[in-house]
Design a protein around this ligand. Structure first.
Ligand SMILES: [Zn+2]
Length: 365
């Protein structure tokens, strides 16, 4: 399991030699293993760092690491630095060469898919899970007292007392209450070392509400969602639900990011939208976060003198006077430029407000 310590190590690592970061999407939607290997081969060929390439193939050919839905590899052969991590969530395939590991995709993964506590509850039992970066771990379950149905009219029942649920006796309610308290205490203990940052509760609305009320305030405040699910749901069902909720968090983050960019651009403060303005801002070194619609490609012109990129055909470069060359895709070049200058790149899909703009950025100043 990928840990905070691993992330810290990557964040702090600085190399003197070129360090290669490779992300490989292993999701079946990317094609079969042969197609994915071919993609990796093409990426590594572009990179042209033979010692790292060899190291990566040794690792990948080991085979058992192909399990997850994506792979992140960081390699700097001259410094004998090599780290590889598999994730249960797909990550876009890409590479980057720099003086430090490119970890932004993992940081986002932690934001969206990291540290979820999940509890399925009914009136008698609770099944806690821990979901982290696409991996689901089932934890020790709680077994309470059996909730027996006692016929109404028994000695312990006073009609109308405590506003009991129709058809249920006080005795039953007491057992349920004890079970909920026991389940809550169990969950507190089980989650203590794992420190979930968010909590999801699954069950009927009634049971989820009863359980929620039994939890201490600190855990109650972590609840970010509830859903209907049988206590006896299988692992695959729970995993699917958790992935769905992670995906929603991811989508939400992207929507907010695009919104922030559009607002900033409209006010003329630290934001640009559309290719022209974005290319200009990148050239001026002002783009902190480049935001690109997934799959966006656009031809452009590059100055053969200073490398200035533009979407418009110009006679001579306004910066150095050299002439321009047409290039098939300015977007890929600009992505690389931003990364190399220490900025961030967000490839966003399914955000309607980005559709007409395609590209933009948040600015440093
Ligand atoms: Zn120029």
């Amino acid at each position: 399991m990928f840990t905070e310590a691993a992330l810290r190590e990557l964040l702090e690592y600085r190399s003197k030699a070129p360090l290669l970061s490779v992300y490989l999407n292993l999701d079946p939607s990317q094609g079969n293993m042969d197609a994915i290997r071919l993609h990796l081969r093409n990426m590594l060929r572009e990179v042209n760092l033979p010692a790292d390439e060899q190291r990566i193939w040794e690792y990948v050919d080991h085979g058992r690491e192909w399990k997850g839905r994506s792979l992140a590899i960081f390699s700097c052969a001259p410094e004998d630095f090599f780290r590889a991590y598999a994730f249960g969530v797909p990550l876009r395939s890409r590479y980057f060469v720099g003086q430090q590991p490119y970890v932004k995709p993992i940081a986002h993964l932690l934001d969206d898919y990291g540290h979820y506590g999940i509890v399925l509850v009914d009136k008698q039992q609770a099944r806690p899970f821990f979901f982290h970066l696409g991996e689901l771990q089932e934890l020790e379950e709680f077994q309470g007292e059996e909730v027996r149905h006692v016929k109404r009219g028994g000695a312990s029942t006073f009609p109308g007392r405590r506003g009991g649920t129709a058809g249920r006796t006080d005795y039953e309610e007491e057992v349920v209450e004890r079970n909920m308290k026991g389940a809550a205490a169990h969950v507190v203990r089980i989650f203590e070392p794992l420190r979930p940052r968010r909590l999801l509760l699954g069950g009927t609305e009634e049971n989820v509400n009863l359980f929620r009320k039994s939890l201490p305030k600190a855990l109650q405040s972590l609840i970010v969602g509830t859903f209907a699910m049988s206590l006896n749901a299988n692992r695959a069902e729970v995993l699917e639900k958790a992935l769905e909720i992670g995906q929603r968090a991811e989508q939400q983050r992207e929507v907010e990011l695009v919104e922030q960019m559009i607002t900033a651009a409209a006010k003329g403060e630290r934001g640009v939208v559309r290719l022209d303005e974005t290319l200009e801002a990148v050239h001026a070194g002002r783009v902190q976060t480049l935001i690109v619609r997934d799959g966006y490609r656009a031809p452009g012109y590059q100055c053969q003198g200073c490398g200035y990129l533009t979407a418009q055909a110009l006679e001579t470069c306004p910066f150095c006077g050299a002439s321009f060359q047409q290039i098939p895709d300015a977007v890929e070049l600009v992505v690389r430029k931003v990364l190399e200058s220490g900025g961030e790149v967000e490839i966003v899909s399914g955000v309607p407000t980005l559709e007409p703009l395609k590209i933009g950025g948040l600015l440093r100043y």
